[in-house]
Design a protein around this ligand. Sequence first.
Ligand SMILES: [Mn+2]
Length: 424
Amino acid sequence: MINDTIIAQDNDRFHATLKADYDALGEHLDRRGIDIAQIKAKVSNYGVAVPSWGVGTGGTRFARFPGSGEPRDIFDKLDDCGVIQQLTRATPSVSLHIPWDKAPASDLLAKAEEVGLTFDAMNSNTFQDQPDQPHSYKYGSLSHTDAATRQQAVDHNIECIELGGQLGSKALTIWVGDGSNFPGQTNFTRQFERYLDATKQVYNALPDDWTLLTEHKMYEPAFYSTVVQDWGTNLLIAQQTGDRAKCLVDLGHHAPNANVEMIVARLTQFGKLGGFHFNDSKYGDDDLDTGSIDPYRLFLVFNELVEAEVNPDFNPMHMLDQSHNVTDPIESLMVSAMEVQRAYAQALLVDRAALAGFQDDNDPLMATTTLKHGFRTDVEPILAMARCEARGAICPVTAYRASQYRAKVAQKRPAITGAGGGIV
Ligand SMILES: [Mn+2]
């Protein structure tokens, strides 16, 4: 963790200007009939989970270029996640990936408590073979033609639920790479029937207060067809499986130009939006930093989420899911968490009564201008003040660099060479 004195010293450099900017924004919002303190309170209570796999350098299918001081195991990863939370106060939980993060529950709980974190959704892995497993996932997992392979995948998911239960997690996320690379390779219907049957077995092992999240992805690693390829199939899975089965939307897992915010609205309308993986993309499932390419789309997604907040039962899980190839992963995750918070704050500023009026009056220009007014507002002083009041850093990146955390951990974490990466 980072010494609080370093954070305080860094904050001292920014505090006077932050107060001036916050007060000025407060006056501006007051003229719009918005109480800045209420927005700040909502931002303070907002959290997005960090993926344990995000704190190591990712990679592409071509290469991986490790940085110095990379985490060696889940305990190093939890240290890094603790730093992200310490500085941003926006990432109170971690999403684990099994078996990558497998460890005794008591050790994981002790470490999480030490660094001030809790555990978010568990993630299973049946898209690669583990050294000791008897059956290969080369031709699929939950949808494999072989019953013993499907059972192995089901058992692995149940193992994830059991570990998560000891950690206080309340959800399991399933993403499978199952699909095909050649027309004719699989029978679409029989393959999906096998998937549904296996997924129901996993669902039946869920504790009563858990949610099953299934994640769709259009293609990759299968390039001709994918079993859970889009939100339509994902919705069918959730409807067929049970009340506590819901859809997870990864922002990068759609066809180019897909209207993701509309998918969010549809799933929300029918109570099947379970969670998010936030990231950004330009061409495909690029796993770029959230808000780095299209912050307006992120805002439009949050506009739908804020619209749905009036329903007290609406509580989807929010996670980052990114791969960092050219930046320090801690810096990318901090900036991304703040981008998610920013989109949330901007969406809170939208005058919803006015927007509804323009919609009903068929005034498209004023409707879209009203919506964009929220997006155009610089809410940085709200985010920074919320961090500062929670003993985080006004500017997490400068505080992090001042701490020399990476150089310090590099002294005890040996350099990693080679090693496969990959985007999930
Ligand atoms: Mn994802």
